[in-house]
Write a protein that binds this ligand. Structure first.
Ligand code: URA
Length: 301
């Protein structure tokens, strides 16, 4: 297996505004817990407004306690969230808040833990779906073909897919009802990288990666790969991995065909920081709080 080639012209990382990973005055970094399986039922008034240091954040009248919002977003128990607050690791609208009782409005305020935004708004859903081949990227089809909605049950009514995969392409598709995130992820200006595994026909020449990364002329303009590697070769076929942040229709198939190695099977394995992993075809999973934070960061939210 060859080490991946990286395109120095396009390897510039996410368009995200870089945020400090950890506030300077925080304790040694610790992992944020994943999901909210240990949220306790403490009374909303647990913790006192007077505790901790003051800050200039204005309490939102009728707002929810910060630690409660954090716990509901999947950070961990309220006690754990209070520890994070006490350690100065929580920001509301850009300001570090060390009070346990701060009242916030998760609909409008941006809350970050260790610099990473948390999905605080109620009712938002984020799914990773492994699209099988011969499934249309749509929520319905007048011609009666199978669509993504057929695999999502009731959830399909409130979710929309981010970007598209061809009818025959398999792999990772993200779905959400978070309009702003979806808009940014689908927009080429945010340059979220996507990685594909492609079975290709023909012998792969040694310079294929270099040519793809230099840019391949297509009928709607040049398309450029960010990364490329050959994973396996056998006779007249090969398995290759290609990374690019292009969103044009059939772009991977067209690039490889133009380079002389047409695709016989295509699977998307990564969208920005999210990985397909071992999700079975036709199944979906909820993204973790950490993954959602990474997606926000990838598009500068
Ligand atoms: N490129 C393609 O050719 N097909 C897809 O589905 C996605 C990217």
């Amino acid at each position: 297996m060859r080490t991946p080639e990286r395109n120095p012209r396009t390897a510039k990382g996410p368009a995200a505004a870089k945020r400090p990973a950890t506030p300077a005055n925080a304790r040694a970094p610790r992992e944020i817990k994943g999901l909210s399986d240990d949220i306790d039922d403490d009374d909303d008034d647990f913790g006192d407004d007077g505790e901790g240091e003051r800050d200039s954040l204005t309490d939102v009248p009728g707002g929810a306690r910060l630690q409660k919002v954090m716990a509901e977003a999947g950070i961990g128990s309220r006690r754990y969230c209070e520890e994070l607050i006490g350690e100065g690791r929580v920001e509301v609208d850009g300001e570090i808040v060390r009070r346990f009782g701060a009242r916030v409005d998760p609909e409008y305020q941006v809350i970050r833990v260790d610099g990473r935004r948390i999905p605080a708004k109620a009712g938002l859903a984020y799914l990773a779906f492994n699209k099988p081949p011969k499934v249309l990227t749509a929520m319905s089809d007048p011609r009666g073909r199978k669509t993504v909605a057929d695999f999502l049950g009731d959830r399909s009514q409130r979710l929309f897919h981010i970007g598209r995969l061809d009818y025959d392409t398999e792999g990772l598709m993200l779905l959400t009802n978070d309009g702003e995130l979806a808009h940014r992820l689908a927009h080429p200006s945010f340059e979220v990288a996507k990685t594909y595994l492609a079975d290709v026909a023909g012998q792969v020449p040694r310079d294929l990666g270099r040519r793809l990364m230099a840019g391949v002329e297509l009928d709607d303009g040049v398309a450029t790969a960010d990364g490329f590697r050959v994973i396996d070769r056998s006779g007249q076929r090969a398995l290759v991995e290609i990374t690019l942040h292009e969103g044009r229709k059939h772009v991977v198939r067209r690039m490889l065909a133009a380079a002389g190695n047409p695709v016989t099977r295509l699977v998307r394995t990564d969208v920005g920081p999210i990985k397909l992993g071992n999700l079975k075809p036709g199944t979906s999973r909820s993204l973790s709080t950490r993954e959602i934070g990474e997606l926000y960061a990838a598009v500068g939210l």
